[in-house]
Design a protein around this ligand. Sequence first.
Ligand SMILES: Nc1ncnc2c1ncn2[C@@H]1O[C@H](COP(=O)(O)OP(=O)(O)OP(=O)(O)O)[C@@H](O)[C@H]1O
Length: 304
Amino acid sequence: MEPILSVEGISKKFGGTKVVDDISFQVDKGEIMGILGPNGAGKSTTIRSIMGIIYPDSGSIKFNIKNTSKIVPIEKIGYLPEERGLYKNVKVMDVLMYLVDLKNYPKTRAKKRMYEYLEKFDLKGKEKAKIEELSKGMAQKVQFMASILHEPELLILDEPFSGLDPVSQDVFREEIIELAKAGTSILLSSHQMNLVEALCNRIFLINKGKKVIYGGLNEIKESYANFKCTINGVFNGLDLLALPYVDKVEGDESKKIIYFKPNASINTFINEISQNIEVNELHIDRISLHDIFVGIAKGGISNE
Ligand SMILES: Nc1ncnc2c1ncn2[C@@H]1O[C@H](COP(=O)(O)OP(=O)(O)OP(=O)(O)O)[C@@H](O)[C@H]1O
């Protein structure tokens, strides 16, 4: 895969503390890459370094974007910063047109796209409203529009879902999927594991400024996420915890969640239980990214 963005060995200190420590990753063309980590992990510092807002102490950041000579080709990048805030006393349309103008994007096309997005984001008729007259979620939608109206090749979204209600989260999620399908490369920072799981091809997990995990979501789940099995049924006195590959069991008399140790064989398990459980419903899946994340944040999975 060809990268659109390569971050190579960046480090950053604030007041003597290294908050980003030798971080390297790529965003490939057309992918959604997630950058995850607990509070204070260094996600926004990494993103601000990419955007040229702060300068890393060492390392390099390279964009593989054509027809630009700029170090940070802002006309080809869309950026939704973590700190929200558009000019409050200005009308939605004016602020959006001002921002696309900074990116040398044709105004007529931008205006057409603005009306389409206002409708899509349930903001029809708000183009003449001032930013300060909008709710927080509405203003966030306008800021999201500001990051995409100029059809960026690379879109960097720092916590795009924070503060949004579930309906608006869905609107953003759908839009992010559509943009990726249309070929936009996306770097997404988020705490919402379910959304990251639903959206990202690959993830970079950072903790205390250092890389913890980096790779394809499926491979990460295979390496770190053991199986779990949820069974609704009648358990005829089978001691599940006595099975050597079972890690823990939760639930009650009629419904149990069985967590497996790494490398457990699901076939062996099914053979062994078939005589002892009258199964009404059975699901086998892997523990979620959320569980992996919490394990890491609590120090369960160490930095490589
Ligand atoms: N301008 C700054 N001056 C001093 N320290 C800073 C500055 N910016 C960030 N930090 C510190 O760097 C560390 C990483 O912060 P950063 O905002 O990158 O984390 P984050 O992963 O984005 O966290 P969150 O999920 O809470 O937004 C924190 O300890 C933070 O206090």
